[in-house]
Design a protein around this ligand. Sequence first.
Ligand code: NAD
Length: 499
Amino acid sequence: MGYEITHWIDGRPEAGSTGSTQPIMNPATGGEVGTLHLGDESTVDRAVQVAAAAQKEWARVSLAKRTQILYRLRQLMIENTDEIAAAITREHGKTLADAKGEIARGLETLEFATSITQDLKGGFSQNISTGVDGHTLRQPLGVVAGITPFNFPAMVPFWMHPIAIATGNAFLLKPSERDPSASNIVARLYQEAGLPDGVFQVVHGGKSVVDALCEHDAVAAVSFVGSTPIAKHVHATASAAGKRVQALGGANNHAVVMPDANIEFAAGQIAAGAFGSAGERCMAVPVAVTVGDVHEEFLAAIKAEAEKLVVGPGEDDGTDMPPVITPEARERVIRMTDEAEQAGATIVVDGRDLVVPGHENGNFVGPIVITDLDRTHPTYTDEVFGPVLVVMHVNNFDEALDLVNSSPFGNGTAIFTDSGHYARRYQDEVTVGMIGVNVPIPTPVGYYSFGGWKDSLFGEHHAHGPEGVSFYTRQKAVTTRWPSQNETVESSMSFPTHD
Ligand code: NAD
């Protein structure tokens, strides 16, 4: 029922031959809105063959022409933002403003990729030895794949494909099955922008498609963003198959609230980090760490913030917090809160029983704030990925640092303080990749790179920005000598020393 989403191969929608489909659901209503066609190894193989042929031609296209296509895509993305945002809200559930925000953040990477003329400049040194010059250049890898999560169906793919394509690769996207429409709209817009068919393709599916991409001989590199167990699997599988891999995993980001912080400000910022997009952001703030005597004051302030949030469908203007993605995600939030309560925790704000009138079958749960939880309890240690804030209490800065650094995840973190001394120590000593000082969701802009430490990233490269250019290209170093016809250059059996 509803609409159908097929693969996008060789410049056309294509249903594929598997006959396998799954429903696309609206999280706000619990109703089915469309049907997604799922691929398998044969779909991947067909798309890779098309990509390999297209990439050979694409790599010869001038940097100027590539840039012009990216500029046109940017304009088309802006003109079609309402259509893409509506599709994201319908399938993901997030508010329209949030959907537009992720499109805008995705465009930052596209804008960065339009300066590829600068980023692909190599180095040149004249006379590295007498009459000998040296230069470097960066070349595309070939066919590269991106496997992306449900929570940012536009932005996270945009972390990858504009740079991969600008640097001369063909890109194969395997988006999340839960909200697939945005990727097909982007494929259509790339075509309208003048990108040759086969350079950007979309294959839908689950594990079999992911594994086929990780193992296919003609795929040179895999970019993955998703949960830690799948990130580990993709990193191991694609690395074993000899590919370059960057696999970004899950998170459990902590915000430290120092005794000298402005508590009202910190609570407002942390509430936005914890409950925005129902906590389904990899840079969400599911843990606040109160230091010293601010615990009770912070609890009162965060309770006030959480209780004023309007929970409802993403389409509604007044909605602050949308539904979570699936009924299973909702049940997990409730179960993990139940387990914390059974272990003796205090539930400061309890959104477990929330019902949104008129949306009784939607995946809604209200904001939840938990405290007095042991640091070994899974509701604190694991990624809940829902609108749950656990407030931990410690006595001083060193205990806070120890708590944050004991997490196996290291994606993002924040410190709220008026003290430059502690802010500086925190940046220096915390084992986390992205740090905010009085900023709750410190997501780097598109011209820097995004990436966590520890179980939040497997591989050597962070996503987008300069590290994206490095990931999607490899360097050649060329040494050149042009002796004249009658010049005698003596060869030597000993190792050259560049005199
Ligand atoms: P997920 O790991 O379930 O899915 C990610 C991708 O992997 C999807 O395309 C999915 O189809 C595929 N996949 C799922 N199960 C698989 C399997 N068994 N084998 C092979 N492939 C499989 O993640 P999700 O639920 O879509 O997204 C939420 C997760 O992503 C959270 O853990 C969140 O923290 C993480 N995330 C991390 C970042 C980051 O930058 N580090 C950004 C966004 C989301």
